[in-house]
Design a protein. Sequence first.
Length: 422
Amino acid sequence: MTASLSASQRKRYILTAIIGNVVEYYDLVIYSYFSAFIARTFFPADLRFSQIALALATFGLSLLARPVGAYVLGGYADRNGRLPGLTVCMALMATGSALIAFCPGYAVLGSLAPGLIVLGRLLQGFSLGGEFGVATSFLIEQSPHQEAKRASWQAIGQILASLCACSVVLTLGGLLSEQAYAAYGFRIAAVLGSCGGLVGLALRASLGPREVAPQAVVAPKPVSTERYTGLRIMLVMGMVSLGSGITYLGFYMPHFAQSVFHVSPRQTYWAAFATYAGQLLLTPVRWRLASYFDRTKRIYPMLCSCAGLVLLPALMAGWMPWTPVMVMLCPLLLNVLGLFYFASLDGYMGLLFGKAHRGRGLSVGYSLGVATFGGLAPLVNGAIIQFSGYQSAPLYYVMFTACLAALAVRLGVRFLKERESA
């Protein structure tokens, strides 16, 4: 099928694959920015736990739902084809987004309101569990010998989504009064995300059943290519850990700037905008690095990037004085240095698995990695900061995940060579 695709069809297939990831990251950033307002709207004020803690716990529940969705939806896509799997993921994601956007608040529904928000987040988490693995499998299977370059569109979609979310927050903050922003700013942002979900659902459904299920077209493989699935999943978890560490740092630094240096929220939003825009400008470099991996399957740029992401945070934590500018530039610096790692990462992870098991294997590994290292990041770093007062703890978390990622990348070479010789 790949050989018969025109340039316009190929672009449509790329958009079809990444739009779910775009909606996912948009919702993630929106929920992070509006968590305090969401808490006040949907959770009662007279509970032992704070409203914002409950809102963040609800967010955490979606992480727990991901591995379940990864196993179910990834397996469904392996059996029935990538496009049907992507359509189901998008339908569930759009339903969850709509629940959050249109659910009445606690003042209207009482205890039913937080229940519906939890349901919406669980639906989103379940759908997102299968989204990344199935979409990445779809991308690399349409582009033999360009797997890493095509899969890099996933990361580009995440950056675009974050940039759009940040732009929406800045625009709403400029157009709405403080009262209106607090009351329904998050609903406007969530409705926009729901519209993106509906567009994605229509796009995926419009392609129809044009794809043959993967197992129907795969030639018999040697037994060795189907072994060590658990190890492959663990390697994907390790590779994903670094992205979770840097993502958490990106969310933590604005709060650090506000609490320590009294930087205004709007200034931190502009800093986040600069971080996402800076990454987007480096897209040609990302493609060159991914193409280098496609040609050579060499991992030296990835390992060098991991080494840099150990050394730079160490310098920042130990020797560089913290200033407002340094705090807000830190996420951009780490993401630019991490470009040499992340450019090839999605394609690399996808190639660890045979086609017949790629949807489930990649989905489960990615979801467990995000749930483990993304879910633990606030708990581990928050506990260290709370008990020690050491505000640079997230930098050490990035250093730890960089070491873990480098080890996983190095160990995964065996499976790359296995795929090349199969």
